[in-house]
Structure formats: C-alpha cells, structure tokens
Design a protein around this ligand. Sequence first.
Ligand code: GAR
Length: 223
Amino acid sequence: MPDSPAKVALLASGRGSNLAALLAARERGELPVEFVLVASDKANAGALRLAEAANIPTLALDPRSYPDRRAFDLDLFARLAASGAEWLVLAGFMRILDGEALSPWIGRMINIHPSLLPKYRGLHTHRRALEANDPEHGASVHFVTAELDGGPVIAQARLPIEAGDDELQLAQRLLPLEHRLLPAVLGLLVSQRLQWHEHGPRFDGQPLLRPLTLGDDGSLSVK
Ligand code: GAR
C-alpha cells in the first residue's frame, strides 16, 4: 500500500497561477499531495475557480465581516485545521497574519514571495529591485512566522535583470520560476527531507545554512 498523500490547504487572494503549477506537478505524479481546501479572502479570486474546476473544496471568507484581523485569522485557521490539512501553502495570499493565530502552524506553513529575501519584504518587489539597480532578482519560499516575509528562507530562484526590463517584464520572467520553485519546495517538505527546526531549517538532517537554489533542471540544491 502506498503512503497516503500529504494533506495540503492553500491560501490565495488572486489569480492562482501558483496553485495551477502545483496541480500540474501533482498531475505529472511529481507531488504526492492531496489538496483538501483552497481558501481566500476574496470571493472572486481566480484561485477559487481553479480549485472548483479541480474538485477541491473551497472557502471564501470576507475580512469585513469580522471585528478585527485576529478574529478573521482565528476563524480562518480553525477552518483550515478542520479541513484536515497538515501543511499550509500561501500562494499570493495578500494579508498580514496575526502572530497568535498562526502560531500553531509554524513549521507547517510556507509562503512564496517575489524577491530574494531578506530583500524587499512587502509589496512592489519588482519595482524596488529595478529602482535599486540590482543585477538580479528572484523569488523565495520561506517558513511563515509572525514576522512579515521574515521567516527562515528555504529556497530561492534567481534571475538576472536585463537592461530595459520594466516591472511587468520582470514579473513575467519570474513567474515561471516561481511555478517550479513552489512545487519543488512543497515536495521536499511533505517527504520530510526538509524540516522546520527552532534553530533553523534542516535539509536531509543537516542545518540549512543558505537557501537552496533552483537549478535549470528544476531541482533544488545547496550551492
Ligand atoms: C506571486 O507572484 C507570488 O509570489 C506573490 O503573489 C503572486 C501570486 O500569483 N506573492 C506575494 O507577493 C506575497 N507577498 P498567483 O496568484 O498567480 O499564484
């Protein structure tokens, strides 16, 4: 009997292209997970429509119907727990999370962020990399902690910034790399090759001293 696939819930506020990449990786047999819920703070999020088309349960919660952020987050995380999820993936979930509400998920929740963290936490990452004349840009997947975009970085995809790049071009060139990075990290996580540890992530039992790097072949390695 094969092991049962890891149960994953995903949170997204927008179009859901990273969800689509995860679903495609699963279809190809590269990601042994079961998506038990896709949740959003936006009822019109494309990610919800993608999930429905894939027969994945969905949940849309409107933050405006809660008295404050903590109340919303506590309800959201209670419902995520009730879904049976063992792992949470934030893929374009554009909300700051309450530290107390998220604390039970530390070590079991990852986020993809479009910058080479610790550079450019928060918004407008492509623009900020261009304005700083950075030679390269990228995306990071990190464990989520109470600090916004500040949890331990697991892996990164890097790409050179080219003369004449604008914000949109950079975002468009980065996105296909995100679509490889996120399934690769989730795969390591659910296989337990990558583990949260209070003193920093461990990869194959060893402390991860630097983020893993996405190679041209889509694999992650220590560089
Ligand atoms: C992605 O580029 C992701 O890195 C970014 O939102 C986009 C979601 O796209 N996340 C953040 O900015 C989080 N701070 P998608 O909905 O097509 O997956």
